[in-house]
Ligand binder design. Structure first.
Ligand SMILES: *[C@@H]1O[C@H](CO)[C@@H](O)[C@H](O)[C@H]1NC(C)=O
Ligand SMILES: *[C@@H]1O[C@H](CO)[C@@H](O)[C@H](O)[C@H]1NC(C)=O
Length: 189
């Protein structure tokens, strides 16, 4: 294949991908149902795994512009659970070469809100009212975040507290986040 043809093919692939991501984005707007987007993407087997993770993270970035300031990927999403990875980059590191506290918060909030949103119905609402971070160890290198939320049984609840654990590449917990959400649960399961 000539270089020009290769270039053209690459442009066509990129264009169709951006069309696809725009379509998903428009359809699901504010990412109220992240699990649905995740499942749609994972039903497209022709896309390599890394690309699907990239597209999903780009969609999350559209819904939450602050998430675009960090280099992250969502690696797992299921009902009540979300996991992600974030690479340390110069942009998010402080002069001591460790990940900036604000980048950890953004990463934790992104993963934590996805985990909670997988449990919400269409008319349910959740607003973050308090986020508290405990910096246990210095954060360097590749970090992973995970959040597990137990199903909300009490439909009258007005507040839900969730947790996010951030670990480094040696599985050491470097940060613990506590997220408090004001919830309005209208959907009955
Ligand atoms: C925010 O959450 C943390 C952890 O749950 C708690 O210690 C703190 O008191 C809360 N702050 C407010 C203003 O509610
Ligand atoms: C993870 O954190 C621990 C404790 O700070 C540290 O000893 C270890 O070297 C870190 N691992 C990596 C891969 O950064």
């Amino acid at each position: 294949m000539s270089l020009a043809l290769l270039g053209l093919t690459a442009i066509m692939v990129l264009t169709s991908l951006s069309v696809l991501s725009n379509m998903i984005k428009e359809k699901l707007g504010s990412l109220r149902d992240p699990l649905q987007v995740w499942e749609v993407l994972h039903a497209v087997d022709i896309l390599p795994m890394r690309l699907r993770a990239w597209i999903f993270s780009a969609i999350v970035g559209f819904a939450n512009p602050y998430a675009r300031t960090i280099n992250f990927r969502i690696t797992e999403l299921r009902k009540g659970k979300a996991c992600g990875a974030m690479k340390e980059t110069k942009e998010i590191s402080n002069p001591y070469r460790c990940v900036h506290a604000a980048a950890l918060i953004t990463f934790g909030e992104t993963v934590g809100s996805l985990a909670l949103f997988t449990l919400l119905g269409k008319s349910d609402r959740a607003i973050l009212t308090n986020i508290s971070a405990e910096y246990v160890k210095v954060s360097r290198g590749l970090l992973t975040a995970s959040s597990i939320v137990t199903p909300i049984k009490d439909r009258e609840a007005t507040e839900v507290v969730t947790h996010v654990l951030i670990k480094n590449a040696s599985f050491e917990t470097v940060s613990k986040l506590t997220l408090t959400w004001k919830v309005d649960l209208k959907d009955t399961f």
